[in-house]
Design a protein around this ligand. Sequence first.
Ligand code: KG4
Ligand code: ZN
Length: 370
Amino acid sequence: MLNGEKLTLGLESTCDETGAAIVAGKTQLLANVVATSMDEYARYGGIIPEIASRAHLESFLPVVSKALDEAGVKLADIDQIGVSAGPGLIGSLAVGIAGAKALAVATGKPLYGVNHVIGHLAVDQLVNGDLDLPAVGLVVSGGHTNLLLITDFAAPDGIRELGGTLDDASGEAFDKVGRVLGLPYPGGPHVDRMSREGNLGAIDFPRGLAGAKYAKTHPYDFSFSGLKTAVARYVSQLEATPEVRNRPDFTEDFVPAREGKPWLPVADICRGFSESVNDSLVSKTMRALTDFEAKTLVVGGGYSANSRLREWLTEECTSAGVTLRIPPLKFCTDNGAQIAAITAEIAGSIDPSRPDFSPVSALELTRVIV
Ligand code: KG4
Ligand code: ZN
């Protein structure tokens, strides 16, 4: 307890970030410590689960100790513990859950195995206060692109999945396009940066699941794989031309660089691609807000760092009279605060997880706790 408020320890190990955070009450963040193994994957071009699991094992206790120090509390002061139980990489989740179970047994405090993705939305409450519900939630993380309707985080049917991507997540599509264009890994932030230098309309790419045909069958779903293929085709057609192949700097073994492959119109491709992805995200999100008469939009996940998405949603929400809630960037990527936030939100209304719970790699977004 701290000044009569319950202390929640939130533990995160879904993917490549090991996080621990401490929250007093439902909204007061006392500490938030994150270690990442992201740098180890640049040379592989993707996360290697075994490396990530080992990194969690190395970082878990140091990260928890640091969070306790920063908050100025002892482990015995913690009232409840939350840990990511999914969705995510099984090995990574297992390390965090094993650590969390050990802490729960040692302290005798209740343990909640919570939904990492819902944490991406709940974390906004630590910064901007209680959310006005019902709210539409747009989850745009490395692995997810989903629209949710939230009426109550803790009620059995309080979270409804309206739709989601049928193939790639938006961040994943950005990473893949980054690779095709010769940008460093992960490509998302680089494609975003380059897109700001490109010209709108220079290259148009198709929108997935758009138009009247899909308005009935997939009103809130996304698809980015056709778009990704269209970009790859555009690039390979250009790279098959003699103008490009005869350039002195052309090579099949290009090493990723900040500006990407010099023989491609990288900025214009990024602009056209980004416009297509964000057009889908914004138009379907705004439709969900209208259809369900929600006046609050909360956005979470690493892709919410995307500059065009932020700008576009700000414009649309302002004109629609919708309150837009996007947490600051440091809370958008994986962290313990998101887990502490969702745990603190539900702990008063839901029983702790059973002692034998284990990670669920494809945990449904409507299940807030395992
Ligand atoms: O939520 P997150 O940190 O990881 C998961 O929990 O899965 O999301 C990471 C994803 C990556 O695909 C990354 O490239 C993308 O978000 N991303 C971006 C930007 N910043 C991060 N994509 C586009 N524009 C950005 N500015
Ligand atoms: Zn995440």
